[in-house]
Design a protein around this ligand. Structure first.
Ligand code: GLU
Length: 294
């Protein structure tokens, strides 16, 4: 199959220096492989989306000369695909309704003496696995253990980080795919869309590497092809933390797109010498082709 890559921004704000790195890396990898590059707007987490950010992101990409080869798609219009995947998992007995609040989960973890939150996320103790016990359903969770309740360990390969392993059962637990208020989880939407769009290579920021085992687990359960993964270096802010919309990263200054692209290319370990946008992108493609993450 021919190479198909994508950039999948969440429109929770406009592009900043960190998100441009992921956009540029995914575009370069597609160009270096002679493949197609797609843009998908990941607007499933509607409460966090900012009106108009999608159009601004597309305009910023265009200013940088990063033009998708196919019309962009919006996840908010693709609920039927996620519903079909959830239904398939339901028929296979891999998902169940959960009635726990965050507080219920924290109390259950405390009572069992475990449960340090992982990145602020609680590892679900499986309370509703065998029934709701009269509680109303709040979400649908997918099993993250084998049928005999032994652990599932996910081994996967990253083109930059190398061999990766996570004990999904211990580190994450059964995770949410759909909320009773109708919201789809990123984990489900991303694997369904990567498969339906025929994505062969996922290139994205390293902050998302930790999600990959959950996605590999879903791909295996639903029977979807596994893309290759490359997680790119993060841009750190002055406080040493990852630059993100949440910690107030400034919107990209695109008065001079070549300048912004040069900074993003440097984060990726490239040394473009040209100063005009088109020549700089061509330099980057040539350098990427030679020695980046073959
Ligand atoms: N929408 C996700 C984000 O902006 C990225 C998803 C992905 O590349 O898999 O953080």
């Amino acid at each position: 199959m021919g190479y198909r890559g994508r950039f999948a921004p969440s429109p929770t704000g406009v592009l900043h220096a960190g998100s441009l790195v992921a956009a540029l890396a995914s575009w370069l990898d597609a160009r270096a492989h002679g493949g197609a590059w797609l843009v998908r707007i990941e607007d499933v987490d509607t409460p966090r989306c900012v009106a108009g950010a999608d159009a601004q992101i597309l305009a910023q990409l265009a200013q940088c000369g990063l033009l998708p080869d196919e019309p962009p798609v919006w996840q908010s219009r693709r609920g039927a695909h996620y519903e079909a995947a959830l239904e398939a998992l339901r028929s296979a007995g891999q998902v169940y309704p959960c009635g726990c609040t965050r507080r219920d989960i924290a109390l259950a973890l405390e009572a069992s003496g475990q449960g340090k939150p992982r990145h602020g996320e609680l590892v679900y103790p499986g309370t509703c696995r065998h029934g709701l016990n009269g509680k109303p359903a709040r979400a649908t969770r997918v099993l993250s253990c084998n049928a005999d309740e032994t652990d599932i360990v996910i081994d996967w390969h990253d083109r930059r980080l190398g061999a990766q392993r996570q004990n999904l059962t211990q580190a994450v637990g059964d995770f949410v795919l759909h909320r009773a208020d109708g919201l789809w989880a990123y984990q489900l939407a991303v694997v369904v869309d990567d498969a339906l769009q025929g994505i062969t290579h996922v290139v994205r920021g390293e902050d998302l590497a930790d999600n990959t085992p959950r996605q590999v687990h879903l791909q295996r359960l639903i029977g979807l092809p596994l893309p290759q993964y490359l997680h790119t270096p993060l841009v750190l802010g002055a406080n040493g933390e990852k630059l993100s919309k949440q910690n107030g990263a400034a919107a990209l200054d695109l008065a001079d797109p070549a300048h912004a692209l040069h900074a993003a290319a440097t984060t990726l370990g490239l040394q473009p010498s040209s100063t005009s946008r088109a020549a700089l992108l061509a330099d980057c493609v040539a350098q990427w082709r030679q020695h980046r993450f073959a």
